[in-house]
Design a protein around this ligand. Structure first.
Ligand SMILES: [Zn+2]
Ligand SMILES: [Zn+2]
Length: 390
């Protein structure tokens, strides 16, 4: 695969890199973004765009009116960082202790700013509107997307696209797939209340540990026995806490885990199954259980028509071999909320090369990516705007 970035505007590309490094140097946590949205809004105002700030909390939305009438196309970039201490030794490393852009959202914001510049230069040739959605808080549920949608960021929008850099996809490649591509992610926790006592006199206690281990085992039957084998789902118990002495039966057990699904019905069914299993444990273990089931982001479902358009446009632009289709992922993304409201698609853009520094997984303290991916996101967005508005 040739390591090229097709974006031909060298000056804008250089600026994208500068913006990205600025965001990287000053990362802000989800729902605590102050300077990042201010910086973005100022640049968008300089372009003469119609800018709305504090959309759904901390989001920024800018609108570009083309010369003629036509449809409205939206692009979304997120801009929040993660509670991670950066371990990269780069000149633009994070200056905020314990906070790091370790998912590439710094790049998303920079690439969308570059796209806004490129499309503004072309506005006389565009028929319709472009809406640039800069979203806060993607990394933390309930996320910024749902609040921005409620605050009208999609009003009048006909179609929406989003992109994510990917450190496990080669630079130059675009992963474009129709249907469910990222999972719905829910969380559950169960507090089991028994009655503690002496380890030598179990009959005088209500043992929450045996009840808890039964619960963990029973939960394994959901995916293996209740979910259609053709469908995909995960139920993982990731926390089991109890007790602190070898001869004391404790009072309580705390169990928690995650549920990942692609199918809406499966998601609802698993939630009911967990409720049913927990009630069963109360009966068989003589314990009292309190279950909390928290719904996270829904499944990211790419719309077929728009996905096909992206494939055609990009095959034409960067060649057949650069547009690939990978299996769905169990990770989650609140871009799902936009796609529940308007048609569109979410694209993974390759950002990894032979350089080991570009190969760390997302959310790793050494995560970084090849910045030519910014140019590739710009190419993707500008090509789509041309397709819809020219
Ligand atoms: Zn992330
Ligand atoms: Zn991300």
């Amino acid at each position: 695969m040739a390591l090229t970035y097709p974006l031909t505007n060298e000056a804008i590309f250089t600026q994208m890199v500068e913006w990205r490094r600025h965001f990287h140097r000053y990362p802000e946590l989800s729902f605590q973004e102050v300077e990042t949205p201010k910086y973005i809004a100022a640049l968008l105002k300089d372009l003469g765009l119609d800018v709305r700030e504090q959309v759904g909390g901390r989001g920024v939305v800018a609108t570009l009116q083309g010369a003629g009438e036509g449809p409205t196309i939206a692009f979304r970039a997120d801009f929040d960082a993660l509670p991670i201490q950066e371990e990269n030794n780069v000149a633009y490393a994070s200056e905020n202790p314990g906070v790091m852009h370790a998912c590439g959202h710094d790049g998303h914001a920079a690439a969308l700013l570059g796209t806004a510049h490129l499309l503004t230069e072309m506005k006389e040739e565009l028929n319709g509107k472009v809406v640039f959605i800069f979203q806060h808080a993607e990394e933390l549920t309930p996320g910024g997307a749902i609040a921005m949608v409620e605050d009208g960021c999609l009003d009048g929008v006909d179609v929406i696209f989003g992109a994510h850099v990917s450190s496990d996809l080669e630079l130059g490649l675009y992963n474009v797939r129709s249907g469910a591509i990222m999972a719905a992610a829910d969380a559950f926790s169960v507090e089991i209340q028994g009655k503690g006592g002496h380890g030598a006199k179990p009959h005088t206690t209500i043992d929450p540990i045996t009840a808890g281990t039964s619960l963990v085992n029973d939960l394994q039957r959901i995916v293996s026995r209740r979910v259609d084998p053709i469908d995909q789902a995960v139920v993982s118990v990731c926390k089991f806490q109890s007790g602190n002495a070898f001869n004391v039966i404790p009072d309580t057990v705390s169990v928690a885990g995650t549920v990942r699904t692609f199918n809406k019905e499966t998601r609802t069914q698993i939630e009911r199954d967990i409720e049913r299993i927990v009630s069963g444990i109360e009966l068989t273990g003589d314990v009292t259980c309190s279950l909390t089931y928290t719904k996270g982001y829904p499944t990211v479902v790419n719309h077929e028509k728009e996905t096909t358009i992206v494939k055609e446009v990009m095959k034409d632009k960067v060649g057949e071999a650069a547009v690939i289709e990978r299996p769905p992922m169990m990770g989650a993304e609140d871009f799902a909320y936009y796609l529940e409201n308007v048609p569109g698609t979410f694209i993974h853009v390759g950002a990894m090369t032979d350089d080991p520094d570009t190969q760390y997984p997302h959310h790793h303290p050494r995560f970084n990516f090849d910045e030519r991916a910014l140019g590739n996101i710009g190419t993707l967005f500008v090509s789509l705007a041309e397709n819809y508005l020219k």
